[in-house]
Write a protein that binds this ligand. Sequence first.
Ligand code: FE
Ligand code: FE
Ligand code: ZN
Length: 166
Amino acid sequence: MTITTPQELFLHELQDAYSAEQQILKALPKVIEQTEDEELKESLAAHLAETKAQVNRLDKLFETLNEKPSGETCMGMQGIIAEGEKGLKEVAPALRDLAITGSAARIEYYEQVAYSNLIAMAQALDYSDEAMYLQETLDEEVEAGKNVMEAAERLLEAIDMQMPQS
Ligand code: FE
Ligand code: FE
Ligand code: ZN
Protein backbone atom coordinates (compact mmCIF):
# COMPACT_ATOMS: atom_id res chain seq x y z
CA MET A 1 0.00 0.00 0.00
CA THR A 2 1.31 3.41 -0.94
CA ILE A 3 1.60 5.95 1.84
CA THR A 4 0.01 9.12 0.52
CA THR A 5 -0.57 11.37 3.54
CA PRO A 6 1.72 12.66 6.31
CA GLN A 7 -0.70 11.08 8.80
CA GLU A 8 -0.15 7.69 7.19
CA LEU A 9 3.59 8.20 7.19
CA PHE A 10 3.46 9.09 10.90
CA LEU A 11 1.49 5.91 11.61
CA HIS A 12 3.95 3.87 9.55
CA GLU A 13 6.90 5.30 11.49
CA LEU A 14 5.10 4.74 14.77
CA GLN A 15 4.57 1.07 13.88
CA ASP A 16 8.23 0.85 12.94
CA ALA A 17 9.17 2.19 16.39
CA TYR A 18 6.81 -0.32 17.97
CA SER A 19 8.55 -3.14 16.12
CA ALA A 20 11.94 -1.81 17.21
CA GLU A 21 10.88 -1.78 20.87
CA GLN A 22 9.50 -5.33 20.60
CA GLN A 23 12.80 -6.52 19.17
CA ILE A 24 14.69 -4.82 21.99
CA LEU A 25 12.42 -6.45 24.58
CA LYS A 26 13.25 -9.82 23.10
CA ALA A 27 17.01 -9.30 22.70
CA LEU A 28 17.94 -7.40 25.85
CA PRO A 29 17.46 -10.18 28.46
CA LYS A 30 20.06 -12.35 26.70
CA VAL A 31 22.49 -9.42 26.61
CA ILE A 32 21.95 -8.64 30.31
CA GLU A 33 22.64 -12.29 31.12
CA GLN A 34 26.01 -12.05 29.38
CA THR A 35 27.02 -8.74 30.99
CA GLU A 36 29.56 -9.02 33.79
CA ASP A 37 30.04 -5.43 34.87
CA GLU A 38 27.46 -4.88 37.63
CA GLU A 39 26.82 -1.22 36.88
CA LEU A 40 26.28 -1.85 33.18
CA LYS A 41 24.12 -4.86 33.97
CA GLU A 42 21.93 -2.79 36.29
CA SER A 43 21.51 0.08 33.85
CA LEU A 44 20.60 -2.34 31.03
CA ALA A 45 18.09 -4.06 33.33
CA ALA A 46 16.59 -0.70 34.28
CA HIS A 47 16.27 0.17 30.60
CA LEU A 48 14.57 -3.17 29.93
CA ALA A 49 11.91 -2.24 32.49
CA GLU A 50 11.68 1.21 30.91
CA THR A 51 11.29 -0.37 27.46
CA LYS A 52 8.27 -2.34 28.69
CA ALA A 53 6.70 0.93 29.81
CA GLN A 54 7.57 2.47 26.44
CA VAL A 55 5.69 -0.31 24.68
CA ASN A 56 2.67 0.35 26.93
CA ARG A 57 2.94 4.03 26.11
CA LEU A 58 2.93 3.21 22.39
CA ASP A 59 -0.05 0.89 22.89
CA LYS A 60 -1.98 3.81 24.36
CA LEU A 61 -0.96 6.04 21.44
CA PHE A 62 -2.28 3.51 18.94
CA GLU A 63 -5.50 3.32 20.93
CA THR A 64 -6.03 7.07 20.84
CA LEU A 65 -5.30 7.05 17.10
CA ASN A 66 -7.65 4.08 16.69
CA GLU A 67 -4.94 2.15 14.89
CA LYS A 68 -3.13 -1.17 15.30
CA PRO A 69 0.52 -1.29 16.45
CA SER A 70 1.44 -4.29 14.31
CA GLY A 71 2.24 -4.49 10.62
CA GLU A 72 5.76 -3.12 10.38
CA THR A 73 9.15 -4.72 10.89
CA CYS A 74 11.94 -2.33 11.79
CA MET A 75 14.73 -3.62 9.57
CA GLY A 76 17.17 -1.11 11.01
CA MET A 77 16.79 -2.57 14.49
CA GLN A 78 16.91 -6.10 13.07
CA GLY A 79 20.30 -5.28 11.58
CA ILE A 80 21.67 -3.62 14.69
CA ILE A 81 20.60 -6.53 16.91
CA ALA A 82 21.90 -9.18 14.49
CA GLU A 83 25.24 -7.37 14.27
CA GLY A 84 25.44 -7.13 18.06
CA GLU A 85 24.71 -10.83 18.50
CA LYS A 86 27.35 -11.71 15.91
CA GLY A 87 29.86 -9.47 17.66
CA LEU A 88 29.23 -11.16 21.00
CA LYS A 89 30.11 -14.52 19.48
CA GLU A 90 33.32 -13.16 17.99
CA VAL A 91 34.72 -11.31 20.99
CA ALA A 92 36.93 -12.69 23.79
CA PRO A 93 35.22 -12.78 27.22
CA ALA A 94 37.40 -9.96 28.58
CA LEU A 95 36.06 -7.60 25.90
CA ARG A 96 32.45 -8.75 25.99
CA ASP A 97 31.11 -5.89 28.12
CA LEU A 98 32.79 -3.34 25.89
CA ALA A 99 31.28 -4.98 22.81
CA ILE A 100 27.89 -4.84 24.55
CA THR A 101 28.21 -1.09 25.13
CA GLY A 102 29.01 -0.66 21.42
CA SER A 103 25.82 -2.33 20.25
CA ALA A 104 23.68 -0.92 23.07
CA ALA A 105 24.80 2.58 22.11
CA ARG A 106 23.82 1.89 18.49
CA ILE A 107 20.39 0.80 19.65
CA GLU A 108 19.85 3.87 21.84
CA TYR A 109 21.02 6.35 19.22
CA TYR A 110 18.90 4.72 16.53
CA GLU A 111 15.88 4.98 18.82
CA GLN A 112 16.66 8.62 19.54
CA VAL A 113 16.59 9.46 15.83
CA ALA A 114 13.36 7.51 15.33
CA TYR A 115 11.61 9.28 18.22
CA SER A 116 12.96 12.71 17.26
CA ASN A 117 11.48 12.24 13.77
CA LEU A 118 8.19 11.07 15.24
CA ILE A 119 7.98 14.07 17.58
CA ALA A 120 8.68 16.50 14.75
CA MET A 121 5.93 14.89 12.65
CA ALA A 122 3.49 14.78 15.57
CA GLN A 123 4.03 18.48 16.24
CA ALA A 124 3.53 19.37 12.58
CA LEU A 125 0.34 17.30 12.49
CA ASP A 126 -0.97 18.92 15.69
CA TYR A 127 -0.87 15.62 17.57
CA SER A 128 0.19 17.43 20.74
CA ASP A 129 -0.62 14.63 23.21
CA GLU A 130 1.23 12.14 21.04
CA ALA A 131 4.23 14.47 20.81
CA MET A 132 4.25 14.77 24.61
CA TYR A 133 4.20 11.00 25.17
CA LEU A 134 6.87 10.42 22.55
CA GLN A 135 9.02 13.08 24.22
CA GLU A 136 8.88 11.12 27.49
CA THR A 137 10.24 8.09 25.66
CA LEU A 138 12.88 10.15 23.85
CA ASP A 139 14.09 11.53 27.19
CA GLU A 140 14.49 7.96 28.47
CA GLU A 141 16.41 6.92 25.35
CA VAL A 142 18.75 9.89 25.74
CA GLU A 143 19.37 8.96 29.36
CA ALA A 144 19.93 5.30 28.44
CA GLY A 145 22.38 6.35 25.72
CA LYS A 146 24.33 8.48 28.21
CA ASN A 147 24.51 5.61 30.70
CA VAL A 148 25.84 3.26 28.05
CA MET A 149 28.49 5.74 26.94
CA GLU A 150 29.54 6.32 30.54
CA ALA A 151 29.91 2.59 31.06
CA ALA A 152 31.96 2.36 27.85
CA GLU A 153 34.31 5.12 29.05
CA ARG A 154 34.76 3.40 32.39
CA LEU A 155 35.46 0.02 30.74
CA LEU A 156 37.90 1.65 28.33
CA GLU A 157 39.83 3.24 31.17
CA ALA A 158 40.20 -0.14 32.86
CA ILE A 159 41.39 -1.68 29.61
CA ASP A 160 43.85 1.15 29.05
CA MET A 161 45.70 0.21 32.23
CA GLN A 162 46.10 -3.35 31.04
CA MET A 163 47.76 -2.32 27.78
CA PRO A 164 51.43 -3.27 27.48
CA GLN A 165 53.75 -0.27 27.68
CA SER A 166 55.49 0.55 24.45
FE1 FE B 1 13.07 2.23 23.61
FE1 FE C 1 13.19 1.13 11.45
ZN1 ZN D 1 16.15 2.32 24.36
